[in-house]
Design a protein around this ligand. Structure first.
Ligand SMILES: NC(=O)c1ccc[n+]([C@@H]2O[C@H](COP(=O)([O-])OP(=O)(O)OC[C@H]3O[C@@H](n4cnc5c(N)ncnc54)[C@H](OP(=O)(O)O)[C@@H]3O)[C@@H](O)[C@H]2O)c1
Length: 269
């Protein structure tokens, strides 16, 4: 479980308030963000003292955020960074954009005070986990400010090597999709056993979310939790004999994560 963020957060200039930026902002507002500005064309006005800027011209010239957060699509990064030069120049930049490396970002930002983070979609309900990498030029205070922001929407895992962000992307960035697939397949398998679709859906969803909640509440190894519900020669054991064959889940999940890691590496710019 992540510790609660302290009541006083950093100030940010958030560029992009779509699915991820919006989820982050909601968490930050609840946690007590310092007076901040959000550059977004659609987001409803924010409670004072925060403010929305519809264009860079609306951002107060004397605003000095602790962090400029880039949460636009990777393809928009260069044009947005260019428009925000007056604020980026004197600030530390936190990018949550997939595949944008600190070297590539340093080129478009004009300095190397860059932090990369990879949150995942459970951040929308405060249950995310974010991988984070900070370049050597990032001051300690800015690292702490970044951790505060990420803790406001879940847990944080700091990596020391930027190359590890590719595997982080493959495991926790893409990971919610794997779990949703499990819920989807369990529902289909339940229907195949003759259960009504509504009942199949209810059983599958609650099983996945309940098992996830148990994993969060109990720090016992996942393998021990599995063993605890597996009686010798029982029903679970019969199913696990199939799922745990070398060529079944152990192989396919490992191959899937390796493929996602390789794709993250290919996309890195
Ligand atoms: N969604 C996730 O689960 C997730 C997880 C990890 C990382 N990420 C990363 O987060 C970033 C955002 O993803 P998303 O899913 O949140 O995308 P999204 O919903 O499309 O949000 C992007 C936002 O950026 C805004 N934007 C683009 N150009 C702008 C500009 N010049 N000025 C102001 N606002 C601008 C867009 O507004 P308009 O609609 O007006 O263009 C939109 O609101 C991506 O780089 C992605 O790699 C996402």
């Amino acid at each position: 479980m992540s510790p609660s963020p302290s009541p006083t957060g950093p100030s940010v200039l958030l560029a992009g308030c779509g699915k991820l930026g919006g989820a982050l902002l909601d968490g930050w507002l609840q946690a007590g963000l310092a007076p901040s500005v959000v550059l977004d064309r659609h987001r409803a006005p924010l409670p004072a003292p925060h403010r929305i800027a519809r264009t860079p011209e609306d951002i107060p010239a004397d605003f000095r955020p602790d962090l400029v957060v880039l949460a636009v699509k990777p393809a928009a990064a260069a044009s947005v960074a260019e428009a925000l030069v007056p604020w980026i120049r004197s600030s530390v930049v936190l990018s949550v954009m997939a595949g944008r490396t600190t070297a590539g970002l340093a080129e478009i930002c004009g300095h190397d005070r860059i932090i990369r983070a990879m949150p995942n979609t459970p951040a929308a309900i405060g249950k995310g986990i974010s991988g984070m990498f900070a370049g050597p030029e990032v001051p300690l205070a800015a690292r702490d400010a970044c951790k505060w922001l990420l803790h406001a929407v879940g847990a944080v895992a700091v990596v020391d090597r930027e190359s590890d962000m590719d595997a982080v992307t493959a495991v926790s960035g893409s990971g919610p999709a794997y779990v949703f697939l499990l819920a989807e397949l369990l529902e289909k398998a339940a229907i195949a056993q003759g259960l009504a679709p509504d009942l199949a859906r209810k059983l599958a969803r609650h099983t996945v979310s309940g098992a996830g909640a148990l994993l969060e509440a109990d720090t016992t190894d996942a393998a021990d939790l599995r063993r605890a519900v597996t009686s010798p020669n029982g029903t679970t054991a019969r199913a696990l004999d199939i799922l745990m064959r070398d060529d079944a889940w152990p192989r396919t999940l490992s191959d899937a994560v390796a493929a996602a890691t390789a794709r993250a590496r290919e996309l890195a710019t």
